[in-house]
Design a binder for this molecule. Structure first.
Ligand SMILES: [Zn+2]
Length: 251
């Protein structure tokens, strides 16, 4: 599932392959933007903001959001193109294909930041601000921790995996109110650390043990033993998102 680290890594990969190059093909398969042709223009900036991605080309900005299943495939060996492709960009031998993108729109470059103006501090941004993020997190004291962590207006970049893992390491149930968090600044700082160490990885790791099957504390581990106390990890899939927790370690 794409979270802020995945989007950051995707932006870095696109930058590596496309930056400074002139587009030789631009095929947009979204009806509203199908006539936009950026061929002949230079890709001069690629950046991420939370889970949003911008590829700036001349006066245009290609804004995408991966949502649940989206991805960008890019490489010198042409990435496969099938019916799920929403956009195909080529620069000579390099091809970048945006697949199953939850959002794809072409914006005016000068105003592309409007699309992310609602976001809280970006966990992987140069302007990351833990004070603002901590204040946002606790602004509504009764709110469940998981709900607040997932709200991109509070802080930007956390998806369901990090949300569950952060609840575990903070010792709180996902349903506990944010008022239960003794040190909100520490929690948002740990969120930043988690995403930061994973920004170059496709297989995220929160435990510090990168061996297969050991990377996560609770996410996806329903029925298995807690790595700290051996209690069975519990889960709830009745809501919009699955939650996992250790009934002993988390209160
Ligand atoms: Zn435990």
């Amino acid at each position: 599932m794409p979270e802020g680290d995945t989007v950051w890594h995707t932006a870095a990969t696109l930058r590596q392959h496309l930056l400074g190059r002139t587009l030789t093909r631009c095929d947009i398969r979204v009806p509203r933007f199908a006539t936009v042709d950026l061929t002949g223009q230079v890709v001069d900036e690629v950046l991420s903001r939370g889970k949003h991605l911008f590829i700036r080309v001349g006066q245009a900005s290609i804004h995408s959001h991966l949502k649940m299943d989206g991805s960008w495939r890019v490489g010198d060996r042409p990435a496969r193109v099938d019916h799920r492709a929403r956009i195909i960009l080529e620069a000579d031998t390099v091809r970048a294909v945006g697949v199953d993108l939850g959002v794809l729109e072409i914006l005016e470059r000068d105003h592309d930041r409007d699309a992310v103006a609602h976001l809280g501090p970006d966990l992987l941004g140069d302007d990351w601000n833990p004070q603002v993020a901590a204040a946002n997190l606790t602004a509504r004291p009764d709110r469940p921790i998981a709900e607040a962590l997932l709200d991109q207006r509070v802080l930007a970049g956390i998806g369901n995996v990090y949300c569950n893992e952060l609840c575990f390491i903070s010792g709180h149930l996902p349903t506990a109110p944010v008022s239960a968090v003794a040190d909100p600044h520490r929690l948002v700082s740990r969120a930043r650390e988690m995403l930061w160490v994973n920004r170059f990885r496709w297989n995220r790791c929160t435990t510090g043990d990168t061996r297969a099957g050991r990377q996560l504390w609770v996410y996806g581990r329903a029925g298995q033993n807690c790595r700290r106390c051996s209690t069975r990890v519990n889960y709830d899939d009745s809501g919009e998102r699955v939650t996992y927790w250790c009934p002993s370690c988390q209160r």
